[in-house]
Design a protein around this ligand. Structure first.
Ligand SMILES: Nc1nc2c(ncn2[C@@H]2O[C@H](COP(=O)(O)O[C@H]3[C@@H](O)[C@H](n4cnc5c(=O)[nH]c(N)nc54)O[C@@H]3COP(=O)(O)O)[C@@H](O)[C@H]2O)c(=O)[nH]1
Length: 859
């Protein structure tokens, strides 16, 4: 019994110790069955922020949240406790300051000896902080899951047995599988069943080893929709390093992959300058590799709206050939209609669709039932081609998105390739063809001629090079304007091309110069060809409301006799052309060695003249003009002379035209003017009575609007007045269409300088022109004077010219008077002034001085 009491005392002290330990560690409180707080330990009071006094008499309900109290849960829990059932839960309670805390709580009913519940004991642990942490984590996870679901990347979590355990929203959207359909299935079986088992084995081996796997694969969705996906798989290992899960992310890279696969190859081919058809066939083949269910075809649409096959490597050649030249239109199959509408055309049933009514018999036998065509547009949005898919099987809606992406990528590339081809053609056109006439330009002409000459040399054949220059083209240009000139050139080009054989080569060199190369041809054929061309040209052309006929001067050089290369032949044909022109317009001339010699001489003379002008090696002679009524000196004409150290005396009849041709005539005119004025001033200074000096000026000198000022300066410098100077113009000035010419003439006249019309009666004398020119003097051409004695007509004409002069109040000077009879006759006709060898030849200044002195003595 003592032992029992001792044992009982021991267990009581043990219980007390346990209770004290519990009391120290936990928050504890005891409630009466009506819920009144009977006891609360220090932990409990601290937890709820209460003092012992404040806790006294508080009801259990006062610690509960309104939400709990408002529900009937509270009553149910408390009733069960009062019925003797313990209850554990994580609960939210209110502290004395109103804040809430979370408690992991156990409520235990305390029974009396009769088994009646007398108190409810509550033991609680404060888990407020842990709970806050968990909630934050949950929120974090919720957000992560929102992000994962919102992303377009498909996320798959599979376990170590390769069974899907989770998929995100992106997966559902991309592949169409619901989570419950995908869960438990192997990702590779589900999305890429076409991949071989070895791939699967390798893939899992990598993951098992903890290595990430990154690949680009074609994957398939629930409805057969295909994607190019970038797949990144990462294994999740447990703490023992064991493979637990795989997280795979699949991103749709179809568009970029298509662009990359197509673009890479196509652009590379383009960069390597591969022909257009090769590039486009590559596009078709690549498309058919990516989407084997389609047959691709590319057509070009030309400026006239006609279709031409460019690439369709999998369609029979015979079918493509039948499409060549078909016109686009409102019901011209898929392609012709797509080009016509400038919009995609989808025909799902070729047999029934009215767009294919006229063409279905061509394509149905090939097994194609549907055709989807999209226009290829240039940068201005104009259709320049079509890109089509032909289908043997009906199109599915699943494949159309994929095909649309392919179409987008391909039309873009095709447009690039086609536009580039057009640009290249345009550059070729600009580089090798004359923009005005469309004829080969100098470069292409040279290349074609070289080939023709090589062939002629190999076959021992003759070949002709024709240098064609239009006569008086400048006149048309100046009088009717440049547009009319351009039209004339186009017209001539057309007529030339119409005259030539297909094997002949024609081109435009520049301005009004054309060249023709006639292979396999002798002199007779050349002559016939030229005659036909000139007949063509003889037909008037209506340009700028004016009916024009144009003639040409043509020079011909023959291979091999006149040269063995194009440069030589062209140069010699050019020389022959000048020969033709000098013989009179509208003619032609074959090159000859004599012509070559003359040309060489001419070149040497041209260089010598240039130097002579610079070195002041030219000089002037002066021929007196006599007043027939008084016998006194009327004036002197200054005439240029050139004595070359090697070539001797060179006639002005030779070097003046040369100076005209090589652009030296204006310099020569300036020099003569200056020289003549200086001489006149010098004579005046010497006391010699020389009333005036005449200087010959070419029409070219009058192109210079500065000429009047320059004349006045020269006169001023030499203390002369304008009346001391006469400028002799030739009748060719009447043909000069330079807009400055008339203005300069008017200004020279306005400054008081006299103008004389030289060689009158020989050229294009037009009285109406003469009336408009402010000339003071006419010079009867010496040919009339020469014939005076023997030719009635010459006499009549010289008399008529004198009459014209008188009626216009002009002084008429008779030139080339050589005999006393001529002199007498002119006097009788009433000529006031004469000039000629009878009186004196043109003389150097000092000889003229002597001549003057002698005349004074004899007079
Ligand atoms: N623009 C320039 N033209 C010039 C200049 N100097 C001369 N010329 C022109 O060259 C042509 C040839 O001139 P040239 O050989 O000097 O002949 C002149 C006279 O010598 C010649 N003449 C004079 N009297 C007679 C004669 O009785 N019989 C005969 N057979 N010939 C004679 O006539 C020429 C003068 O002619 P024109 O000028 O028409 O009055 C000639 O066209 C010159 O104009 C120059 O500096 N600039």
């Amino acid at each position: 019994m003592q032992e029992g009491a001792a044992h009982s005392a021991l267990s009581e002290s043990l219980r007390l110790a346990q209770f004290q330990a519990l009391d120290r560690a936990m928050a504890m409180a005891a409630f009466a069955v009506d819920g009144t707080l009977c006891h609360a330990n220090t932990n409990y009071l601290q937890l709820l922020g209460l003092t012992q006094e404040q806790a006294q008499g508080r009801s259990h309900r006062s610690f509960c949240t309104p939400a709990l109290l408002d529900s009937n849960r509270y009553e149910a829990i408390w009733s069960r406790l009062c019925a003797g059932h313990a209850y554990s839960d994580v609960v939210e309670r209110l502290r004395s300051d109103g804040s809430s805390c979370w408690l992991d709580t156990t409520y235990s009913p305390v029974l009396d000896a009769q088994g009646q519940v007398i108190q409810i004991l509550k033991v609680a642990t404060d888990i407020t902080e842990r709970r806050a942490r968990e909630q934050a984590q949950q929120e974090h996870l919720r957000r992560l899951s929102l992000v994962a679901n919102a992303s377009d990347t498909a996320v798959i979590i599979s376990d170590s047995a390769s069974r899907i355990v989770h998929v995100n929203g992106g997966f559902i959207r991309m592949f169409g599988w619901q989570p419950e359909e995908a869960t438990g299935r192997a990702p590779i079986d589900l999305l890429a069943p076409h991949l071989p088992q070895e791939f699967s084995d390798l893939y899992h081996a990598e993951l098992r080893a903890g290595r990430p796997v990154e690949r680009e694969e074609i994957v398939v969705g629930k409805n057969g929709q295909r994607y190019w996906a970038k797949v990144i798989s990462n294994s999740i290992l447990d703490t023992d390093g064991q493979w637990r899960y795989t997280v795979s992310m699949l991103t749709d890279i179809t568009r970029s992959k298509m662009h990359e696969a197509l673009q890479h190859r196509v652009l590379e081919a383009m960069a390597r300058e591969r022909p257009l058809t090769e590039v486009l066939e590559m596009v078709c083949r690549e498309v058919e590799r990516i989407a084997p269910e389609v047959t691709a075809s590319i057509l070009e649409v030309d400026d006239q709206g006609l279709l031409h096959p460019l690439a369709s490597p999998s369609l029979p050649q015979t079918y493509s050939a039948l499409l060549d030249g078909l016109a686009m239109g409102p019901s011209a199959g898929s392609c012709g209609t797509a080009a016509w509408r400038n919009a995609p055309v989808l025909v799902d049933d070729i047999a029934q669709d009215p767009l294919w009514q006229d063409y279905k018999h061509l394509v149905l036998p090939l097994g194609y039932h549907a055709c989807w065509s999209t226009p290829i547009r240039n940068s201005q949005g104009k259709p320049i081609g079509t890109f089509a898919f032909y289908y043997r099987e009906p199109r599915t809606s699943a494949s159309s998105e994929f095909h649309q992406q392919l179409v987008n990528a391909c039309t873009h590339l095709c447009a690039l390739a086609l536009e580039r081809e057009h640009d290249r053609a345009r550059i070729r056109q600009l580089a090798f063809y004359d923009g005005l006439t469309g004829m080969p330009n100098r470069s292409l002409l040279q290349a074609k001629a070289d080939l023709a000459i090589n062939l002629a040399a190999r076959n021992d054949e003759q070949l002709a090079v024709l240098f064609i220059d239009l006569d008086r083209f400048k006149q048309v240009n100046d009088s009717l304007g440049h547009q009319a000139g351009d039209e004339l050139l186009r017209n001539v080009a057309t007529r030339l091309q119409q005259t030539l054989r297909a094997s002949d080569i024609a081109g435009r060199l520049s301005g009004d110069e054309f060249v023709a190369v006639l292979p396999r041809c002798d002199a007779e054929h050349v002559t016939n060809t030229i005659e036909r061309f000139q007949e063509q040209l003889a037909m008037p052309m209506l340009i700028a409301d004016t009916s024009l006929t144009i003639s040409t001067s043509i020079g011909i050089a023959m291979f091999p006799v006149d040269g063995r290369d194009m440069d030589t032949l062209l140069h010699r044909a050019d020389m022959a052309m000048y020969q033709a022109k000098s013989k009179g317009r509208s003619g032609f001339s074959f090159f000859s060695s004599e012509m070559n010699r003359l040309a060489q001489e001419r070149l040497a003379l041209e260089n010598a003249l240039r130097k002579a002008l610079q070195a002041q090696e030219l000089h002037l002679h002066y021929q007196p003009q006599i007043d027939l009524a008084t016998g006194r000196l009327y004036g002197v004409e200054a005439l240029a002379r050139w004595t070359h150290a090697e070539f001797g005396d060179i006639s002005p009849a030779r070097f003046i035209p040369l100076a005209e041709e090589c652009g030296l005539i204006a310099d020569l005119g300036r020099w003569a003017l200056n020289q003549a004025c200086q001489q006149l001033a010098q004579w005046r200074a010497q006391g010699l009575e020389v009333p005036a000096v005449s200087v010959n000026l070419s029409p070219t000198s009058f192109h210079n609007l500065d000429l009047p000022r320059m004349i006045v300066d020269t006169l001023d410098r030499n203390a002369l007045v304008p009346q001391d100077l006469t400028l002799e113009l030739t009748e060719s000035i009447l043909l000069d269409t330079n807009p400055c010419t008339m203005q300069t003439i008017e200004e020279v006249h306005a400054r008081g300088v006299r103008l004389s019309m030289d060689d009158f009666g020989t050229g294009y004398s037009s009285l109406s022109y003469l009336r408009r020119l402010p000339v003071s003097e006419l010079k009867l051409d010496r040919s009339f004077v020469a014939d005076l004695e023997y030719d009635e007509a010459a006499r009549a004409l010289s008399s008529a010219i004198l009459g014209i002069g008188k009626s216009l109040y002009l002084t008429v000077v008779a030139e080339g008077v050589e005999t006393p009879t001529q002199n007498q006759m002119l006097r009788e006709q009433g000529y006031p002034v004469a000039q000629g060898y009878l009186f004196s030849r043109p003389l150097p200044p000092e000889e003229l001085e002597r001549w003057l002195a002698e005349r004074q003595v004899s007079a």
